[in-house]
Design a protein around this ligand. Structure first.
Ligand code: GLN
Length: 191
């Protein structure tokens, strides 16, 4: 049961380490055929416009859309969350557009580049998760069938719609592996 981590740009290396620590068979994926060989996929944080351009250039975007049609779970963190969204407020940048959410980039203000907070997350037992935000987006609206899993200051920062999971923060940058375990559970159920 291989979980791929899209490794075009961003903090994919940290995701691979974190998923392995949580017991998953995680591997870097860059090419369409690699993407299609996965049971689940993580789209990391980074720069969503850059990752989007590389997805188009290497044909990886279409492969991810095909993987989604096959029902594989996909988790986007931060830039990955932006790429999964159907709507990006005030932006016409390329996106996968797989999940019924609207997002806003840099939603916590440009002055506050990064910060951390403890947030309870639905489906994750054992107390709040330490959430690291880096020029983070937030979900402005959940549309058909998508539901909020966590909020901070009335802003939705984690959401799920069936096979899709998004977090505005970076669980791969802490020692806590409960969000990785949550996603690994989704991939197991998807099999
Ligand atoms: N602000 C970035 C973007 O819009 C996301 C930041 C991140 O992934 N840490 O792509």
């Amino acid at each position: 049961m291989k979980i791929g981590v899209l490794s075009l740009q961003g903090d994919f290396a940290e995701h691979i380490v974190a998923l392995r620590e949580a017991g998953a068979d995680a591997a870097a994926v860059k090419k369409p055929e690699d993407v299609l060989s996965c049971a689940g996929l993580v789209i990391p944080g980074g720069e969503s416009t850059t990752i989007g351009k590389l997805c188009v250039r290497f044909g990886v975007g279409e492969a991810i859309q095909e993987l989604a049609r096959r029902g594989a779970p996909i988790w986007g963190t931060c830039a990955g969350m932006i790429l999964l969204a159907k709507e990006i407020e005030e932006s016409d940048q390329w996106r996968l557009g797989l999940m019924d959410i609207a997002v806003r980039r840099n939603a916590f203000g440009r002055q506050v580049d990064s910060f951390e907070a403890d947030v309870p997350m639905a489906g994750v037992e054992g107390g709040p998760v330490r959430a690291v935000f880096i020029r983070a987006p937030h979900v402005t609206r959940v549309l058909d069938g998508a539901e909020a899993l966590a909020t901070l200051h009335d802003k939705i920062i984690a959401a799920r719609q069936g096979q899709f999971l998004v977090t505005a923060f970076h669980p791969e940058l802490t020692d806590d592996r409960r969000v990785q375990e949550y996603f690994i559970g989704m991939v197991r159920e998807g099999k």
